[in-house]
Design a binder for this molecule. Structure first.
Ligand code: 5AD
Ligand code: SF4
Length: 465
């Protein structure tokens, strides 16, 4: 599963819609998209903006002047799902002031709740699931004709083939590229297999085409996305390719400097993918590999199909291939039946593995998942465990960041910093780094790290770059 990101709007500059006018040549209509949840939603929002660009929609970064508001939602935890309804509540007045305002709900809440959303919030005009947003133009036509539109199918056709070609002449230096969707793992707590459907991999040639196109538009780093990205098995001439082979082929694209992938399941870390971490220079030394718990009893009840010892042995193998790998993980505390001893096993695993980055959550019962039937751990117990786990993970994260001080790292400059003459970029290990330079966005520079702050590093350019 992809990690959660803070709610965000898709930057208007990243979508084709920015240059669009309606077919009749009238003033463009304004589209506001708010994205919740994982990076896959960030990618989907970009593609939805591109699809609506052809309908004359141009993006805006505020709902106040929008003609269409689209919430791209996340269903992973109860809080994320409920946020959608409170956000919709906030748009009530806007809709009252501007009856032509279109309001749409996309993403995993749309998939899970469908028509229920329109029942709870009748002002919603359109509900579209993650597998059918290529049909947005038709759905919008229905709405323009005065009807409500709902589409939460799992269609036969490949939505990516029906979406407009990615259009912007120039892009940011980093981009997401979805290569795989859905999940067949059925962890007992997780809604993803229900909201995103079965595992599907995009064919190799289409991914290569999209990657080459992104690179031609200025992208230097691509993060391959999938709910279970290392289960990738895409059709290619001569048979399916796994993720490692795809990465090695992408690494041949001139101008593409960095490749990352997220998010992975331990049971799909095959030998060639581990080897790629050691011998593919463009594959970055950062791996998000969730374990969720360190207790074998809980892992079994979670239906994770691996033990703590198997996970640790796997980490040792990956680190043998790439000793400087920075490891990231996801954890759930307070899963039904979790005892203090189970929780201690999670802390032990964290101490043994040593994470440079981590995301930890209190278990949230999700309707329709097997774990939701079980007796929950009292909320205050789960709260207390989350605090203790986060304290330990926070220490490890800080130590990993401070350990960078004095080292030389490569940084891809992504945007100007807050101070004049300063740029911000990411290191190979995904740390944010501030550096004084007049080089432009998209430069890949070597930097000596001089200091570690609360959320980022500071570095000095190596002379003569
Ligand atoms: N409750 C809490 N956390 C969850 N996650 C997935 N489902 C739930 C749930 N029901 C977490 C897992 C996953 C991450 C994206 O979200 O840790 O890896
Ligand atoms: Fe959810 Fe488990 Fe699939 Fe990840 S592997 S998406 S946690 S079911």
């Amino acid at each position: 599963m992809a990690k959660d990101a803070a709610p965000q709007t898709v930057a208007p500059a990243s979508a084709s819609a920015s240059a669009a006018t309606s077919e009749a040549g009238a003033a463009p209509r304004k589209l506001f998209i708010k994205t919740y949840g994982c990076q896959m939603n960030v990618y989907d929002s970009e593609r939805m903006a591109e699809a609506l660009g052809g309908q004359g929609y141009e993006q805006t970064d505020t709902p106040d002047d929008a003609d269409m508001i689209l919430l791209n939602t996340c269903h992973i935890r109860e809080k994320a799902a409920e946020k959608v309804y409170s956000e919709l509540g906030r748009f009530k007045q806007l809709k009252a002031d501007k009856p032509d305002l279109r309001i749409g709900v996309a993403g995993c809440v749309a998939q899970a709740e469908g028509a229920e959303i329109m029942r709870r919030q009748p002002m919603v005009d359109l509900v579209v699931g993650p597998q059918t947003y290529h049909r947005l133009p038709d759905l919008m036509a229905q709405v323009d004709a005065g009807r409500k539109a709902l589409d939460t199918d799992f269609p036969e056709e490949d939505k990516f083939e029906h979406l407009p070609k990615r259009p912007l002449p120039k892009r940011q230096p980093t981009a997401f590229l979805t290569v795989q969707e859905g999940c067949d793992k059925f962890c007992a707590f997780c809604v993803v297999p229900y909201t995103r459907g079965a595992e599907v991999s995009r064919p190799v040639d289409r991914i290569l085409r999209e990657a080459e196109d992104l690179v031609a538009r200025g992208v230097r780093e691509i993060t391959l996305l999938g709910q279970n990205v290392n289960a990738y098995h895409g059709a290619a001439e001569g048979g399916d390719w796994g993720l490692a082979r795809l990465i090695r082929r992408l690494a041949e694209i001139e101008g593409l400097e960095r490749i990352r992938f997220t998010t992975s399941h331990p049971n799909d870390m095959e030998d060639d993918l581990i080897a790629a971490h050691g011998d593919c220079d463009k594959l970055m030394p950062y791996l998000h590999l969730p374990v969720q718990s360190g207790s074998d009893a809980i892992l079994k009840r979670m239906n994770r199909k691996h033990t703590a010892a198997q996970y640790i042995a796997l980490i040792d193998r990956i680190r043998a291939a790439r000793p400087d790998l920075l490891l990231s993980g996801d954890f759930i505390v307070g899963f039904p039946g979790e005892t203090e001893e189970d929780f201690q096993a999670t802390l032990d695993l964290v101490r043994r593995v040593n994470y440079g980055q981590a995301y930890s959550f209190k278990y949230s019962a999700r309707p329709g998942t097997p774990a939701a039937e079980r007796e929950p751990v009292p909320a205050e117990v789960a709260d207390d465990r989350l605090q203790r786990l986060q304290a330990l993970l926070g220490e490890q994260q800080r130590a990993a960041q401070e350990g960078m001080v004095g080292r030389e790292v490569k940084v891809l400059l992504e945007k100007p910093g807050r101070l004049p003459g300063q740029m911000v970029g990411k290191s190979d290990y995904l740390h944010a780094v501030h550096v004084e330079t007049d080089l432009p966005v998209g430069s890949l520079v070597t930097v000596r790290i001089t200091a570690s702050g609360p959320n980022s590093l500071k570095g000095e350019m190596r002379p003569a770059q």
